[in-house]
Write a protein that binds this ligand. Structure first.
Ligand code: GAF
Length: 386
């Protein structure tokens, strides 16, 4: 059953009436442009077909009742809380995500209570942005229930970011919310995070006999445990030493001179961000010219930079990337924040089985949990389902 139908069925069981509406939002993969978003740089994500749906109705008592429903129909309910009482720290665990969005929207005058029932099929803990799919769907649901327009997507992305940063406590950038809200079917989203200028770049790998294979390593990751925040703080420190607003302002031609002014520990971080921005621009150039098959070396270089300079890869990601390439992928890289999660590989369709087999074998040899793989097709962004 689709997440939307699952959410409606559970809502009706729990609340004795159909929801007023259903909103949903997708997970994402980032084709390239990693750890560039909070440096005011460039990203190139696309939305997954996997979505999180929220069935919702308003409540007159100003309280937020949130429940999730799993695949088998098991319902988990969070303790109800008055929207007026929401404060960072007041709600923990999974319920902090919807509650955080309600808290951030309260500051925008969206203060009503709601019954929310959530169902999704975005793999969790896989670096595919399940938390942002949830937050974006909740944001659209609460705005919809309040009869507020949801057309200014960049503003909504910033409210969701506030929920994530200040309520949940994950110091993440704007990549994931923006991808979930703004991506469109059959395109990658080329986003300049500083200006919020966005271009929908056509992306049809199948037309070139290719596919983007997602390899969920099942090595779990989290952005609240310090590694992500430490990288972000390092970038901000480097920008401040260099006297620029963000690392986006360091030109690739001036990289050596800039590095020479930095403590040694910060140099690799800066090198990653500056070269990764260049790789996004090069990738967009190739896609605009219809040269998808030539993306491979850029994906490989991005992975190497994230592994060796930014140091956010994990053994499972490195093995997935190496095995995919050894079996005929044109290039591969970790996607998302790292420390676990998923890799993507650009694979000629006729090599799909070889790549999947080789990756599975490499994991089995090491005694690791079998990875999950699927072909990702650029899909629609968030919206109202009914
Ligand atoms: C995570 C964050 F949520 C994003 O903002 C981004 O920084 C990404 O890691 C790395 O590119 O997904």
């Amino acid at each position: 059953m689709s997440p939307a139908r699952r959410a409606v069925a559970a809502f009706t069981r729990l609340h004795g009436a159909e929801p007023v509406g259903v909103w949903s939002a997708p997970g994402r993969v980032n084709l390239i442009g990693e750890h560039t978003d909070y440096n005011d740089g460039f990203v190139l994500p696309f939305a997954l077909p996997h979505r999180t749906a929220v069935a919702a109705s308003p409540r007159a008592d100003g309280r937020l009742h949130v429940a999730t429903v799993g695949d088998g129909g098991t319902v988990q309910q969070a303790s109800p809380i008055a929207v007026a009482d929401l404060e960072p720290g007041a709600v923990g665990g999974w319920a902090a995500y919807p509650a955080g969005v309600a808290w951030a929207l309260r500051a925008q005058g969206v203060t009503g209570g709601a019954n929310l029932v959530i169902a999704g099929d975005v793999p969790t803990g896989a670096g595919l942005s399940s938390s942002h799919a949830l937050e974006c769907a909740v944001a659209l649901a609460l705005l919809g229930l309040a009869d507020r327009p949801a057309d200014d997507l960049p503003r909504i992305a910033r409210w969701v970011q506030r929920a994530e940063n200040e309520f949940v406590g994950a110091p993440t950038g704007l990549l994931d919310q923006t991808a979930s809200l703004c991506c469109t079917e059959a395109h990658v989203l080329f986003l300049d995070v500083r200006s919020f200028e966005a271009e929908q770049v056509p992306f049809d790998a199948a037309e070139h006999g290719l596919e983007v294979l997602v390899i969920d390593t099942r090595a779990s990751h989290s952005h609240t445990d310090g590694g992500y925040g430490a990288r972000r703080a390092g970038c901000e420190k480097a920008a401040s030493i260099l006297g620029v607003p963000a690392l986006r302002d360091v030109d690739v031609d001036g990289l050596d001179a800039a590095s020479a002014r930095l403590p040694e520990g910060l140099r690799p971080l800066v090198r990653h961000v500056v070269t990764e921005n260049e790789r996004v621009l090069a990738s967009v150039g190739l896609l605009r010219a219809g040269r998808i098959a030539e993306l491979g070396p850029l994906l490989d270089a991005s992975h190497a930079s994230l592994r060796d300079d930014y140091k956010v890869s994990a053994p499972e990601l490195d093995v997935a990337v190496d095995a995919a390439n050894a079996a005929g992928a044109l290039g591969a890289r970790m996607t998302g924040g790292g420390f676990g999660g998923s890799a993507i590989a650009l694979v000629p369709v006729q090599r799909h089985d070889d790549v999947v087999r080789r990756v599975h074998a490499a994991f089995a040899e090491r005694g690791w949990t079998a990875p999950r793989t699927f072909t990702a097709v650029p899909s629609a962004g968030a919206g109202r389902d009914r």
